[in-house]
Design a protein around this ligand. Sequence first.
Ligand SMILES: [Zn+2]
Length: 298
Amino acid sequence: MKKIIFSLMVSLVLVSSLAAKIKVVTTLPDLAALVSAVGGEWVEVTSIAKGYQDPHFVDPKPSYILKLQSADLLFKIGLGLELWLEPLVIGARNAKLKVVDCSRGVPLLEVPSSVDRSMGDIHPFGNPHIWLDPANGRVFLDSIAAALKRTNPANASFYEANRAAYSKKLDSALSVWEAKLKPYAGTKVVTYHNSWPYFGERFGLVRAGFLEPKPGIAPSPSHLKELIDQMKREKIKLILMEPYFSDKDPNFIARETGAKVVKLASMVGAFNGTNDCIAMFDYDVNLLAQALKGGEPK
Ligand SMILES: [Zn+2]
């Protein structure tokens, strides 16, 4: 009898502690990592996209609808990045779900004056790859802490302390990254997709061209030929690529131009050792610094 009462009590405690957690879904793993940093044991967080995927094109699996059905909060990047999200949210029919657009408060780059989707532009409201400037992490942390406080005011001071602590950690890491890449400011690079303008602005890399003729449009032989000519003319020696593209075209260009191909983590969890925001930028900055120094990239 005692045993039964004890196990009943244990399950009651378990149930009540689970019930107290805020259920969070994020579109990107980068946002999930920041939610965990702020929410700690008071949040249960799932990211829809995985770190090695293309954030523009995520397969909307029914299991994500199930996650959204029971979620309290959904954090997204916004700016039209997650075109795959709407059918999932509609399918979940969750009236209590609060959606937080993390692009709010972020200074945007490449905002077009007119939108023409027929041109294949998947960056309709400006470049959406805002999470690749570590300084924008501070803005995300503010949005995340505000939403968690609204959802669970009893823990407001806990969320606030975590927000401040992580923000500070990010700030000091950022000054280390800036110092590492400072000697190479002004270096011209070619990138596969136009994922790196925020990263480039932060660290002084000049994006001189892209393998994709337009965001979301696969490279064509004629475009690659023009790119090769430009790289030879301008002596561009670095090609940055996201992990989710084939390296066939980048390697071909590298052979033609003598440039190096560097595969960067474009989201948290893209590679081993990139499991939170600071680890991801550490990985990318170190790899880049090594390549720019003239060493062989890993
Ligand atoms: Zn994009």
